[in-house]
Design a binder for this molecule. Structure first.
Ligand code: ATP
Ligand code: MG
Length: 446
């Protein structure tokens, strides 16, 4: 037989391996507890939605809808479907479909994989994970400031320094329209300096030209008319309101008049959290207000504001901030030799788990059950505090040999009757360490 060809992951889509999983878990647990501390509720929406949802919610003339969506036809029924490229559209659909704001405003959050057909590079993948929040039914600058402060608290809790806040207001539709006219006139007068993409967007979405990453166009866009100068009464008051609360709470920011966000449905407040530590892909979280969106979907006019953060980029930042301790696999590792010992090992392992501890029972590989020595090596490597050993001698005496491994305190080796094994290891582990009991897992660091 010829060697079968290896199948690899789809380009731009990553495996999160066990070595990285604890860091992801720490990140997710921290975000969830911060979200909870502000009264946010979780919502889970499908990964696949009607293509029309994204086309309408995100806007036709955007990177995402123009060239990044994984769209396909359901061959069973001809439906036009898309793997979600972002989370807001699905949440908004669900809010309308289930009338979630019937009893008043909602603070919602979601998390999960997003899909965009981009050129893969550091910090930019075709499947990536976001955690996002959407505050639906809130109109004032207070909730905008609250979302920003929630992020600030999260960076602090994660121990991430060097994430700065950029803030802007893109006003309301009428203000953008007046700005747009002047912007088009300005770019037309300088058309020779526009690249091909900018020329294409000049009459469809000129605001997006300000967002360009082309270095050759930076000076041109820097001198372009600033949307901030076009804001009137209510928009100005809203922006001032956000800044007042941030100032009162010592949240640092810079106003960046060029910050416009890639998505069409934003109005007023927009913000990005940016770091210089990740190279070109430095935006770790982006958000803003999208008051007009829900009405364009046939819902009752409902103001809303949200943000989404890229988990890969934040986990990468956590890695740069310091290699985290490797958590142990288990509290107890069961070593055994012979069939009777194996039977006894299974029984004891279940009882120790009943008591709330984590147990790994040595199981056979293709090479067999393994010698005592090789099993003890595995026990050492597992990070367990104790090995519970059952050999022929022990079986004959009706006892287990319990050996303290690296990091364990107390007696080094004890001979314990089967019936007392659970109490013994629980005593040793919970007695010796600052053990919460609830978690049932003692972390020893390699
Ligand atoms: P960019 O201008 O860099 O393409 P964007 O405007 O498309 O960003 P958003 O749609 O606002 O990004 O997504 C919010 C966050 O999700 C980003 O700030 C980033 O942290 C993360 N993100 C977006 N696209 C990707 C991707 N392809 N791979 C990894 N993370 C991503
Ligand atoms: Mg993008």
């Amino acid at each position: 037989m010829s060697k079968p060809e290896k199948i690899t992951a789809v380009k731009g889509m990553n495996d999160i391996l066990p070595a990285d999983a604890p860091l992801w878990e720490l990140f997710e647990n921290t975000v969830q507890s911060v979200l909870k501390s502000y009264g946010f509720q979780k919502i889970v929406t499908p990964i696949v939605e009607d293509t029309a949802l994204f086309a309408r919610a995100i806007g036709a003339v955007t990177d995402i809808v123009e060239k990044e969506m994984y769209s396909f036809t359901d061959s069973m029924n001809g439906d036009a479907l898309t793997l979600r490229p972002e989370g807001t559209a699905g949440v908004v659909r669900a809010v309308i479909e289930h009338n979630l704001v019937y009893e008043g405003p909602r603070r919602l959050w979601y998390q999960g994989p997003m899909f965009r057909h981009e050129r893969p590079q550091r910090g930019r993948y075709r499947q990536f994970f976001q955690i996002g929040a959407e505050a639906v039914g809130f109109a004032g600058p207070d909730i905008d400031a609250e979302l920003i402060m929630l992020c600030r608290r999260l960076w602090d809790d994660l121990g991430l320094e060097n994430i700065r806040l950029e803030l802007n207001s893109i006003g309301d539709a009428s203000e953008r329209q007046r700005h747009r006219a002047d912007l088009i006139a300005y770019f037309e007068a300088n058309e020779d300096q526009l690249d091909a993409e900018a020329k294409r967007r000049l009459h469809t979405n000129p605001l997006r030209i300000l967002d360009t990453k082309n270095p050759a166009m930076q000076e041109l866009v820097n001198k372009a008319p600033k949307l901030l100068d076009y804001l009137e009464g209510e928009s100005v008051a809203h922006f001032e309101g956000v800044k007042r609360i941030l100032d009162a709470n010592n949240i640092q920011y810079t106003v960046n008049p060029r910050l416009v966000r890639g998505l069409d449905y934003y109005n007023r407040t927009v913000f990005e959290w940016v770091t210089d530590e990740l190279g070109a892909q430095g935006t770790v979280c982006a958000g803003g207000r999208y008051d007009p969106l829900i009405e364009t979907f046939g819902g009752k006019p409902t103001p809303a504001v949200g943000f989404a953060m890229g988990i890969e980029r934040l986990v990468e930042l956590m890695k740069l901030a310091g290699e985290p301790a490797v958590p142990s696999l288990c509290d107890v590792y069961m070593v055994h030799q012979g069939e009777a010992a194996q039977t006894q090992a299974f029984i004891l392992a279940e009882r120790i788990r009943d008591a709330g501890l984590d147990v790994v029972l040595h199981c056979a590989t293709a090479a067999g059950a393994g010698s005592f020595k090789s099993q003890m090596k595995k026990a050492d490597g597992s990070g367990a505090a104790y090995a519970v050993i059952l050999g022929e001698d022990e079986m004959a005496k009706g006892v287990a040999a319990i050996k303290a491994l690296r990091g364990a305190e107390g007696e080094q080796q004890a001979s314990v009757p089967f019936l007392e094994v659970v109490d013994y290891v629980v005593d040793q582990i919970i007695g010796c360490c600052d053990h919460s009991g609830e978690e049932g897992h003692v972390h020893h660091h390699h």
